[in-house]
Ligand binder design. Structure first.
Ligand code: IPE
Ligand code: IPE
Ligand code: MG
Length: 239
């Protein structure tokens, strides 16, 4: 960004719905999985760029609880790409001091994958830079259900009374506990929907839809989203 643009307000927490890999491949007459391979490259480059812009938390939607509905060949290809990327991420992002965490239901992944996820988080745990949350097998309804069960258990165990349940209790049961709500949610690929991403947390997030398909998403596209974010008037219900 140029000098003038550096005076812009940079959102604290940005969420990105990385969409459009399949259409990108289709446009080129390639199988869908190639789109995911290129999408993974964008993930790497854009994460680095965003961390340099001063964003403190970046949450990337990589695989939803509904994405298992896809043909097994595609799901397998995505899992293979994840494994490769997790291996790379063990050392990746080190130079940018990026902390990595995974949000979503890990129980659906194999032992080896879970081990890799744990290792990736562990290697990066003392880093001081941007927090990168990778949402894998993540679904917001699933997350809220999990929080509700947690609260019910606490009530059952006599740790808390029903009257004491507040918004704070719900928030602390979410994967994003202790992380401020997203300020800006970007969706690439032109769709205007959240597709089960951060439903509770995005109550007052600004939504930005980019026509660019994820594998083509560049720093300039992110800059455009930031410019638009700066034009928005966030009222949070006030005047
Ligand atoms: C997003 O791209 C990646 C995942 C959901 C895993 P898509 O695969 O949804 O791409 P389109 O939307 O079909 O183009
Ligand atoms: C949302 O994209 C999930 C991710 C980007 C990981 P989808 O492609 O699955 O969403 P829909 O089906 O268009 O709503
Ligand atoms: Mg899609």
């Amino acid at each position: 960004m140029n000098q003038k643009e550096t005076e812009l307000i940079i959102p604290y927490h940005v969420g990105i719905i990385m969409d459009g890999n399949g259409r990108w491949a289709k446009k080129k007459g390639l199988p869908r999985y190639i789109g995911h391979t290129y999408g993974a490259q964008t993930f790497r480059n854009i994460t680095r760029y965003i961390s340099k812009q001063g964003v403190k938390v970046l949450t990337l939607y990589a695989f939803s609880t509904e994405n298992w509905k896809r043909p097994p060949e595609e799901v397998n290809a995505i899992m293979k790409i994840f494994r490769q990327y997790l291996t790379d991420a063990l050392t990746d992002f080190r130079d940018d001091d990026i902390k990595v965490r995974f949000i979503g239901d890990r129980s659906a992944f194999g032992k080896e994958m879970v081990k890799l996820i744990d290792e990736t988080e562990d290697v990066a745990k003392d880093r001081q830079g941007m927090l990168l949350n990778i949402a894998m097998n993540y679904g917001s309804r699933d997350e809220i259900l999990r929080a509700v069960k947690l609260i019910c258990q606490n009530v059952k165990d006599g740790k808390i009374n029903i009257e004491e349940i507040t918004d704070k209790e719900i928030q602390s049961g979410l994967y994003t506990a202790n992380i401020p709500d997203p300020d800006l949610i970007i969706r690439t690929g032109g769709e205007h929907r959240l597709s089960n991403f951060l439903l509770y947390q995005s109550a007052y997030a600004e939504f930005y839809s980019s026509e660019t398909l994820w594998p083509d998403f560049k720093p300039e596209d992110f800059d455009k989203a930031i410019l638009e974010f700066n034009r928005r008037n966030r009222r949070f219900g006030g005047v």
